[in-house]
Design a protein around this ligand. Structure first.
Ligand SMILES: C[S@@+](CC[C@H](N)C(=O)[O-])C[C@H]1O[C@@H](n2cnc3c(N)ncnc32)[C@H](O)[C@@H]1O
Length: 208
């Protein structure tokens, strides 16, 4: 990957270039079993946001299950791929920046998959604050969290203690499970976590 022009994962061009050249080692190629299990355990559907959706396999799965799901990505090449794969659900793949996008309906669930770890560590407080801003009390962030100590990325691994400290002002961890079907770059280093929005947190703005 030495000859990629963009080295800044905060720039849509970074991701655009990699999607355009089919260099997507983070792409799971389908719907992870932990998400299927999670959906199967729910008594009803939830208005769901998939930030940094990439190929957006999960969008199709959720829509076919009857959920009101929206997938967003700020890289046009990712959006084009997601829309193509989404078929009849293509309009639900939206080109937007996570930090600026505004929901048409209150979001109840945010699905996290290789989005937090795609951004440099300095962005983590803004990501968590934006999750909290988008979710009402009882809303949840559910998905995959990548734990590692390397400083180079993406993916940028996080230490569990750092994640817990970032989430604590807004969220309680209500599920924490090993992942059985990780792809190689995440194998042995990720967990399925569900975080529930707590009642009384004061939400700082996630915008610059
Ligand atoms: C590592 S990829 C993960 C894609 C997908 N979630 C997956 O697991 O295959 C990270 C994605 O986040 C997108 N992204 C990064 N920053 C973003 C932002 N501020 N708003 C929307 N999308 C963003 C990138 O364009 C890229 O598609």
């Amino acid at each position: 990957m030495a000859d990629f022009a963009s080295r800044d994962p905060l720039d849509p061009a970074f991701w655009n270039e990699r999607f355009a050249r089919s260099f997507t080692p983070w792409d799971r190629g389908g719907v992870p079993s932990a998400l299927r299990d999670f959906v199967g355990r729910q008594a009803r559907s939830f208005v769901t946001l998939i930030p940094g959706c990439g190929s957006a396999y999960e969008l199709v799965y959720l829509c076919e299950a009857g959920w009101d799901a929206t997938a967003i990505d700020f890289a046009p090449e990712a959006v084009a791929r997601g829309r193509k794969l989404a078929g009849q659900w293509g309009e639900r793949v939206v080109e937007a920046d996570f930090f600026a996008w505004e929901p048409a309906h209150p979001v109840e669930l945010i699905y996290e998959c290789a989005f937090l770890c795609a951004l440099p560590p300095a962005m983590r407080p803004r990501v968590v604050a934006r999750w909290a801003e988008l979710l009402g009390q009882g809303g949840r962030v559910a998905g995959f969290f990548y734990f590692d100590r390397t400083v180079k990325g993406p993916p940028f691994g996080i230490e569990r203690a750092e994640l817990d400290a970032l989430m604590a002002p807004y969220f309680d961890c209500v599920e924490d499970e090993a992942v059985a079907d990780s792809i190689p770059i995440f194998a042995g280093k990720e967990r399925w976590l569900v975080w529930q929005r707590s009642a009384d947190a004061c939400v700082a703005t996630a915008r610059p």
